[in-house]
Design a protein around this ligand. Structure first.
Ligand SMILES: [Zn+2]
Ligand SMILES: [Zn+2]
Length: 156
């Protein structure tokens, strides 16, 4: 399981990425306790992690270890930058070849669509906490989690 979140300290927006289970596994004697946490590399504030039994045993996120929120949504882990670069590059080539070879021009655009679609199908999913927007990757699927819901999101 990998977690990625923005440091919740006011004024600090460091992006923190960690493997909380591996960090805890280093000390199997004591296990994860309230004193365990993650230190922000930028502001050096320690953020406690509350790892539930479901996370520890099944790698299934049921409560956010950072804010204890119990509502999550699941979305495709689509690399939006790569998707945009593919489309932008195809558009440039397409415009450049439009006059000389219209078939090549259309072909390039069609190829870009296929590449983006393939990416969309191949990428995994990411579970996101509604409250703090922490992202959880490589976790067991939780059937309670659904796609993004705007009404739920507005509660936070
Ligand atoms: Zn910080
Ligand atoms: Zn959270």
């Amino acid at each position: 399981m990998q977690v990625r979140f923005n440091c919740p300290t006011d004024g600090c927006v460091a992006l923190i990425e960690m493997e909380p289970l591996e960090a805890c596994a280093q000390d199997p004697q004591t296990g994860p306790g309230p004193g365990d946490g993650i230190e922000c590399p930028r502001c050096h504030v320690r953020h406690p992690l509350h790892l539930s039994q479901a996370i520890l045993r099944e790698h299934r996120v049921d409560a956010c270890p950072l804010c204890r929120c119990r509502e999550f949504f699941v979305r495709k882990d689509f690399p939006q930058r790569i998707g945009l670069v593919v489309v932008a590059a195809a558009a440039i080539v397409s415009v450049a070849t439009f006059k000389s070879n219209i078939w090549l021009s259309w072909g390039v655009l069609a190829a870009a669509v296929v590449v983006d679609l393939a990416l969309y199908v191949l990428v995994g999913t990411v579970t996101v906490c509604y409250a703090c927007r922490a992202e959880y990757r490589h976790v067991a699927a939780n059937p309670e989690h659904e796609g993004f819901d705007l009404a739920r999101s507005e509660k936070y």
